[in-house]
Design a protein. Structure first.
Length: 630
């Protein structure tokens, strides 16, 4: 059927091309012939007219007036008798009065057609069409002049139009007839050629394909096509393919052995959702014998029908996409127990697009589920442990404040009331107790601040860092004046963060830059930023993420590179408490804030050459990362 359609299409296309080509050629040849025929015929008539005109010119040359010429009707009659296609020969004056004429026009004395009168007076050879007794003529006008060159009238020869049209019509009819015969012959030749070169070889190929599909490669021998064209090469390639397929096709027993060696479950269903084929893994997992499950509904594999994969949305999704992978469900064993599996299915269709089979594979994920449960319990224990640790840190730090406050209060009272009774050494001891308790209070407050970074963390929001720095500089105004320092803030970005912690981060880093300055040199602090993009791993893919890189640069004492990691530890100090105030927890708080915001902080510094703290924070927070960090 396909070959016949192809043959019909090719034949139709070729016929159309030949018909258009022959038709155009015939029309062009006919028009060219008509034009040339008219041209030759016109010249011939004018030659006849000129010969008749010559006879009149001879009489006029003798000085005879044209009206005195006699018996010229006989000359006109001779012309019409000699040339059968000339119906009339007339001599008329410039006003259209007929002076001489042949017999059929004896009753006419005057020509009234304005086109002919105009042609007579133009003074040159002219062809004009007109009607006489409802019959169309071509009037060939040849001007007559006297010896002085003055126009006297014209010689008119009348030719019926049908003389030309009959001649040309015959040619057109013959041309059309020839074209039709040519098309019929071409159609016959095309049919024979297509049948020999195209149809028969393609039918052989089609028959060979059917044999392989119905009987297999074993029943196929070889296509015998002698063509050396594209179809011949196609047949040769088909023979090679069939040979290779025969060599590589394996037996059903061999395929069954491979399927039964699979560790994953393999189930093949028919369109009615009945189990048609299973492998050995099905019997081992579900504890069924083959005859207990083959031919049964697939609902047998599920504890409840509503839990079946082959119901509702999963099945609809399978029909829409043709494949569904890694769908978690549970199979029911023969003993009533459940086995969690990862199910994948695909649809096989026949040549008509109808569903023929559903091929399903299932992987036992019992061990994975057990591992997930263990991991979930460990995660819950770790989260609970972290919460207890946070609460303990907060409660312990808070409860330590009460005895410290009493020590501070009573040491202050002791100093006020009994300092005059104490020796110099006693007063020194009292001052040391006082200083130690205040320092202990400061350390506890710092520890509370450190723990609050996560314990009392607030939700993220849109934060304008320029506004943050304005508030920080307002808080540090006195310290800037006392140190004689200068803080330069350039345009900063707007990011998603916690405003309170951003305020604390900026205040800690700027106050440190003002505090650790070189003696005799006023501190200068610069804060500036830039937007950068980095590849960031997000689950299973890499994405471009925007970060703001904020640099806090000063001209202070600098930090030895060997301490660059140590300075971010809790209560880590590089200088004595007498020289620089503080508890040594400020940078640890900064690092914890930056980490909570899924950022990074690093230091670049050399002793005596100033310090740069570089903080890199995401412009927009990832919700999953935020929840994990909290």
């Amino acid at each position: 059927m396909t070959t016949n359609k192809l043959k019909t299409k090719i034949t139709l296309i070729i016929i159309i091309i030949i018909s258009v080509t022959i038709g155009a050629s015939t029309w062009h040849s006919s028009m060219l012939f008509v034009r040339e025929y008219k041209k030759v015929f016109k010249n011939e008539v004018f030659v006849i007219g000129e010969s008749l005109k010559l006879k009149i010119d001879r009489l006029l040359a003798l000085g005879i007036d044209i009206k005195d010429v006699t018996d010229f009707d006989i000359q006109c009659q001779k012309v019409t008798e000699k040339y059968s296609y000339i119906d009339y020969a007339l001599v008329v004056d410039s006003t259209g009065i007929i002076l001489f004429k042949n017999d059929p026009f004896q009753q006419y004395t005057h020509i009234n057609d304005p086109l002919i009168i105009n042609a007579i007076n133009l003074g040159q050879n002219r062809v004009t069409s007109f009607f006489v007794a409802r019959k169309k003529y071509y009037a060939f006008s040849i001007p007559l002049e006297n010896n002085g060159g003055q126009p006297l009238g014209a010689l008119l020869l009348g030719i019926p139009k049908k003389v030309i049209t009959e001649k040309t019509s015959k040619l057109v009819i013959y041309s059309i007839l020839f074209s039709f015969i040519s098309i019929i012959i071409s159609l016959f030749l095309i049919t024979v050629v297509l049948t020999t070169w195209v149809t028969k070889p393609l039918l052989q190929l089609d028959q060979a394909v059917r044999e392989i599909r119905l009987k297999g490669t074993e029943a196929f021998s070889k296509i015998k096509i002698k063509n050396r064209d594209e179809i011949g090469r196609l047949a040769y390639s088909f023979n090679r393919m069939a040979k290779d397929l025969k060599e590589t096709t394996v037996s059903k027993k061999y395929m069954d052995s491979i399927i039964n060696s699979m560790t994953d479950v393999l189930i093949v269903l028919d369109p009615q959702m009945k189990i048609k084929t299973i492998n050995q893994a099905v019997q081992e997992m579900l504890e069924y014998e083959a005859d207990e499950i083959l031919g049964k509904s697939v609902d047998l594999l599920f504890l409840k029908q509503k839990e079946s994969f082959f119901q509702g949305k999963p099945l609809l999704s399978l029909f829409e996409s043709g494949v569904l992978t890694n769908y978690e469900t549970t199979f029911k064993r023969k003993d009533g127990g459940r086995t969690p599996v990862l199910l994948s299915c695909s649809i096989l269709k026949d040549s008509n697009g109808e569903i023929e089979h559903l091929v399903c594979t299932a992987k036992d994920i019992t061990e994975r589920k057990e591992a997930e449960q263990v991991l979930k319990k460990q995660t819950e224990k770790l989260a609970h442990s972290n919460m207890e640790l946070r609460e303990f840190t907060y409660i312990a730090s808070h409860d330590l404040q009460e005895p410290l406050r009493k020590i501070i209060v009573f040491s202050d009272r002791l100093q006020e009331k009994f300092s005059h009774q104490l020796s110099e050494q006693g007063i020194d001891y009292l001052n040391r107790i006082h200083n130690a308790t205040r320092r202990m209070s400061s350390l506890i407050n710092s520890l509370l601040t450190y723990s609050r970074v996560t314990i009392k963390a607030q939700p993220f929001s849109i934060v304008n860092l320029n506004k943050i720095t304005t508030d920080v500089l307002s808080n540090l105004e006195i310290r800037i004046e006392q140190s004689g320092g200068y803080v330069e803030i350039r345009e900063l970005a707007t990011i998603e963060a916690e405003p309170t912690q951003m305020h604390q981060l900026f205040q800690n880093l700027i106050s440190n830059a003002l505090k650790f300055h070189r003696e005799g040199i006023a501190p200068e602090v610069k804060v500036y930023s830039r937007i950068i993009k980095e590849n960031t791993s997000c689950l299973w893919t890499d994405v471009k993420k925007e970060y703001v890189e904020i640099t806090f640069e000063d001209n202070g004492i600098g930090i030895d590179p060997k301490y660059h990691e140590r300075i971010f530890g809790v209560f880590q100090r590089l200088h004595g408490k007498d020289k620089y105030e503080g508890t040594g927890i400020g940078l640890a708080i900064c690092q914890k804030i930056v980490i909570r915001h899924n950022g990074r902080i690093k230091v670049e510094s050399q002793v005596g050459s100033g310090t740069k703290f570089i903080v890199k924070l995401p412009v927009r927070q990832n919700k999953l990362e935020v929840s994990e960090s909290d």
